[in-house]
Ligand binder design. Structure first.
Ligand code: ADP
Ligand code: MG
Length: 618
């Protein structure tokens, strides 16, 4: 449903409603678009004001809500009804945040410690989703005011480490604000998109994204291959950022003016002024050498050198995190091909220099560091809008895709919520000697048994040359291209024969159906796990019987009479267990048979049999 808007500035008709990119930050939030004429990403701002909207929500006595710069003025003077850092509470219970409870100057409800937190202001309660929705609503209104057209669709960014609950909470906040959230993308991914990294189809690159914001530090190592962004590792400190820089400046000024903690605590107005002035000083010091201020007859000063000395420990902590992230990604620093700087605090020259020194290369800082995430979100939005056909569409699969394996089990190759395009391969083998064909049945869904999932396609890989069971290597690969088409290919690696099929997984599947399939998988989860366990136990038992029988047939002469009798008995017991609905019994009998055969199997190591005992069979 396209709306038609009129651009008052140019008088032109805008037929296609724009999809905006939103950086919903802990400290600041903003909206960006791809300019329809210049095709360049652009952060939206009103004349003579900043594109940044402080992520602060203020409630007055009457319950009126203000967001942004106007709300920031109340940060210290009205701590109980001025909510900052709501993003830290997204998807969290009180238990999750209790160690940092003193950080929040407003009331975070602590009586229900397991369920999601709420914030109390006066006699009203707000969820972090409500609070974020106020910020998003403000951003939406601003954008509509500037663009003179309705804004209803958005791409919103979240930290790479956000879990499903936090991502869902962000989506819900968008919905509450009247936005259709087309995609949630990772902040470091957005930042790289803003630099054009990963937009080339054939590109393969390992990059680091260093994000130092107001109160949080994140380092992410990303691997970009053919437009797919994979997070190799993340690290950081959720309580380290520019606010700490402001605080050390305030401390220095307190010394200079002889002000005590107690005096500042008493005089909230003065405390507020000092904090805001310290932030101003810090920003100026990114370009100037000295800062001076007269306050109540006191001369307050700070030089860049002093400032750098004060923040050195913080910078060192971020570098330690970078080391850990590199180690977790299992790569060497020298393998990082680009370093992207994100967050207002990376404007501090000492920060830039330390990061550049650590990675041994100049950093990418040409894009405005506090806008870069939103600009990248706009790039993604533009690709989604279909305006940028050259680039790959980064999408996700709503349901898992897999094939049927022995016993009617679902073997997932591409889990739900995987980014597309994507490619996954897995090897299977036969379970009968001389088996010449293999049926590949493709299913979609979250249930453990394929009978409960949706069958997408089926084909036969025929012409497998005669080989003992377990010897053929059939590689089944799933490839979802940028248009969402799934190509399933099966190839017997020893002979090279192959077969493939194309399907449209989403075809004829409505959002409601996807939702129902997900719900089904949750309500049946326990039952499914039990069924799967039984099927797996039985398959294992059957396979063991088959391989043991074959082994005995071939090697009976090498075994003692005693071994043969014990094996026959154990096989019989296992056979019986297979007819009962008791996976534990099957496991026990499998174990018993294994105990008996292990000593002689080791003695008569047979390559083919040991392979058969390992591989999965279809
Ligand atoms: P977040 O991602 O947490 O929302 P931002 O990326 O907007 O945060 O960064 C906000 C922080 O950047 C604040 O602490 C702010 O003071 C700091 N900052 C902004 N500009 C500068 C500058 N020129 N020099 C130093 N710090 C700056
Ligand atoms: Mg940020």
């Amino acid at each position: 449903m396209a709306k038609i808007g009129i651009n008052i500035a140019t008088g032109s008709l805008q037929k296609e409603e724009m999809i905006v990119g939103i950086d919903l930050g802990t400290t600041n939030s903003l909206v960006a678009i791809i300019h329809p004429e210049s095709k360049q990403p652009l952060a939206l701002k009103e004349h003579n004001s900043s594109s940044l909207v402080p992520s602060i929500v203020h409630f007055d006595e009457a319950g009126n809500v203000t967001v942004g710069e106007a709300a920031k003025q109340f940060l210290i003077t009205e701590p109980h009804n001025t909510i900052f850092s709501a993003k830290r509470l997204m998807g969290k219970s009180y238990n999750d945040i209790k160690d940092n409870a003193s950080f929040f100057t407003y009331k975070v409800i602590d009586d229900n410690t397991e369920s999601l937190v709420k914030v109390q202001v006066g006699d009203k309660f707000y969820s972090p989703i409500d609070l974020s929705s106020f910020i998003l609503k403000e951003l939406k209104q601003r954008a509509e005011h500037i663009l003179k057209t309705p804004v209803t669709r958005a791409v919103i960014t979240v930290p790479a480490y956000f879990n499903d609950a936090q991502r869902q909470a962000t989506r819900d906040a968008g919905k509450l604000a009247g936005l259709d959230v087309l995609r949630i993308i990772n902040e470091p991914t957005a930042a790289s998109l803003a630099y054009g990294l990963g937009l080339g189809k054939e590109e393969s690159k390992t990059i680091a994204v260093y994000d130092l914001g107001g109160g949080t530090f994140d380092i992410s190592i990303l691997q970009i291959t053919n437009g797919i962004f994979e997070v190799l590792s993340t690290n950081g400190d959720t309580y380290l950022g520019g606010d700490d820089f402001d605080r050390v400046i305030v401390k220095q000024w307190m010394k200079q003016s002889g002000l005590s903690e107690a005096e500042l605590f008493e005089n909230k107005g003065l405390s507020q002024t000092l904090r805001l002035k310290a932030e101003e000083a810090k920003k100026l010091l990114s370009n100037a050498e000295n800062f001076e201020l007269e306050l109540n007859g006191n001369l307050l000063t700070i030089s860049r050198t002093e400032f750098e000395g004060l923040i050195k420990p913080f910078i060192e902590r971020t570098i330690k995190s970078c080391e850990s992230a590199i180690a977790d990604a299992k790569i060497a620093v020298s393998e990082i091909e680009s370093v992207v700087m994100v967050g207002g605090s990376t404007r501090v020259p000492a920060v830039k220099n330390a990061v550049s020194a650590f990675f041994g290369r100049p950093v990418n800082d040409t894009v405005n560091a506090d806008e870069v995430v939103a600009l990248g979100a706009a790039v993604q939005a533009d690709i989604l809008a279909g305006n940028n056909k050259e680039f790959l569409l980064l999408d996700i699969t709503p349901l898992s895709l897999g094939i049927e394996t022995m016993g009617g089990l679902m073997d997932v190759l591409i889990p739900r919520n995987s980014k597309i395009p994507t490619k996954v391969g897995r090897q299977y083998t036969t379970h009968k000697d001389g088996q010449s064909g293999m049926r590949i049945s493709v299913f979609q869904g979250e249930r453990d048994l394929v009978q409960d999932n949706r069958k997408l396609a089926e084909f036969n890989l025929s012409g497998i040359p005669a080989m003992p069971a377990g010897l053929p290597k059939v590689e089944v690969s799933f490839l979802i291209n940028a248009d969402g088409i799934l190509v399933v290919k099966a190839k017997e690696l020893r002979s090279g024969i192959e077969q493939s099929i194309e399907v449209k997984p989403q075809y004829g599947l409505s959002d409601e159906e996807v939702e129902r399939m997900l719900l089904d998988s949750i309500t049946n989860a326990k039952d499914d796990i039990a069924k799967r366990a039984l099927v797996e136990a039985r398959t294992e038992g059957e396979q063991l019987l088959e391989t043991t029988e074959k082994f005995i047939g071939k090697n009976a002469s090498l075994l003692s009479q005693q071994e043969l009798i014990a094996t026959a008995e154990a096989m019989q017991a296992l056979q019986l267990a297979l007819t009962m609905e008791d996976k534990d019994l099957v496991h026990r009998k499998v174990e018993e048979l294994n105990e008996i055969s292990r000593p002689y199997a080791e003695r008569v190591m047979d390559q083919a049999v040991s392979t058969a005992m390992k591989g999965k069979t279809i």
